[in-house]
Design a protein around this ligand. Sequence first.
Ligand code: C2E
Ligand code: MG
Ligand code: MG
Ligand code: MG
Length: 284
Amino acid sequence: RAKAVGKSGFVVFDEGMHQEALSRLQLETDFRLAFERAEFRLHYQPIVELASGRLVGAEALVRWWHPRRGLLTPADFLPLAEETGLIVDLDAWVLREACRQLGDWRARVPDFAALSMNVNVDERQMVSPGIVEEVFTLLQSHRIPPDRLRLEVTETAFRAGRGQAEQRLLSLKALGVGLVVDDFGTGYSSLESFAASPFDALKMDQVFIRDIETNPRHRAIVRTITSFADELGLALTAEGIETPAQRERLRAIGCQYGQGYLFSPALPADEFEQLLSGTARIVG
Ligand code: C2E
Ligand code: MG
Ligand code: MG
Ligand code: MG
């Protein structure tokens, strides 16, 4: 807000900022109420094996059905959730709902036995007390084999010096839960920190995929990440695949899994379920 700080150093509130502060406060109030009003929903984006097109799992992505503003995506409310710390409550809800849904699917639809569920976990939730017990309890009560649940964390969650997150990750790993580095390639973690890390999988950020056809540097990075994952025995998923050309390129490079609008956007639970029951097909 530097532009609003006057010469005196006092913050000058103009009408626009007043409005902005009010609507932010309103959003925060609405956000707290959204839990009891049950306005959050999970959508599920298919993850496919690139060579075969086979569906291997889903990533749970949160949406907010706001009473006045309609469907909001994470970009509209995650920054606020992070600033206020409400992200911990949101992620706890997301984890519970994703496990409930997976348990329900597994109980009703035989084809779900082979699928896994990826859930995004904010760094703050990762260090929150009780996360390990919570995951353990959810797996038990919904009869989910631990390796069917994959927790996605960004590189910041395990940078050197984050001893607490590291401990939690090791405990979750001991439970048998899958651990995925999300948006790989965009953070600043050292390669050395991966040598001892408990991760099973990487997700290449979509920034490298978007222009893989036209940007030789990004193509080189994708190749490097692919052999890095290969050498370390990590599963690799490419995010944001939108065209057949991108898919072909990734397949040729040797990236095993993919996710993106070419296959499907994130879908409401009932539509995702139809993908499996054969009433809808993944094309791409
Ligand atoms: P992410 O985990 O990297 O998720 C991938 C994002 O890329 C999703 O956006 C997805 O809808 C979008 N996407 C998928 N395929 C394509 C494609 O082909 N092209 C393009 N341009 N985009 C694609 P979404 O759902 O808006 O989520 C944005 C971010 O918000 C996520 O990025 C994740 O970091 C965060 N997020 C979403 N749900 C949760 C949650 O429950 N908890 C936490 N902590 N973060 C979440
Ligand atoms: Mg993710
Ligand atoms: Mg990602
Ligand atoms: Mg991303």
